[in-house]
Ligand binder design. Structure first.
Ligand code: AMP
Ligand code: ZN
Length: 140
């Protein structure tokens, strides 16, 4: 897992690695994704280094939503996905919290933007779901 010193997104924030910077606030940085899967695909990151969303202090999130709203509008996209991966099995490659803004043109199908293949959950019975529900509630 990348540390603060070797983290490429921390380096982008500090200007040590070039980026196509879209905007910046006191706590947030936004830039174009270098490997876009759609026109306008960009990233919003908190400046505070944390690998997973759940590692991020609550007060570092305040500017994320307003920034996403501005950038989503700037893409001109009516439809879009916000993607936020946590951990290798969940497709996280860069270990610094980031929110993808991925426009989805209405006629894109699987040619542009996020393509999701939801796995079926038919092996989870109503009883199974209820058990999980009770277990989760007991931990809150
Ligand atoms: P994830 O799989 O959620 O960790 O996504 C990481 C994203 O970071 C990918 O979409 C990459 O294209 C993007 N990325 C990696 N390095 C850079 C970089 N130097 N500048 C901009 N985007 C980057
Ligand atoms: Zn970082």
């Amino acid at each position: 897992m990348a540390s603060l010193a070797s983290c490429i997104f921390c380096k982008i924030i500090k200007g040590e690695i070039p980026s196509m910077k879209l905007l910046e606030t006191e706590s947030v940085f936004a830039f174009m994704d270098i490997g876009p899967i759609a026109k306008g695909h960009c990233l919003v990151i908190p400046k505070h280094h944390a690998a997973k969303l759940t590692d991020l202090p609550d007060d570092q999130m305040a500017d994320i939503l307003p920034t996403i709203k501005k950038l989503a509008a700037a893409t001109g996209a009516e439809n879009y996905n916000i993607l936020q991966n946590n951990g290798r099995p969940a497709h996280q490659v860069v270990d610094h919290v980031h929110f993808h803004i991925i426009p989805k043109p209405a006629d894109a199908g699987d040619k542009e933007g996020l393509v999701i293949g939801w796995p079926t959950q038919k092996d989870l019975s109503k009883d199974d779901i209820n058990k999980i529900f009770e277990e989760m509630k007991s931990k809150l």
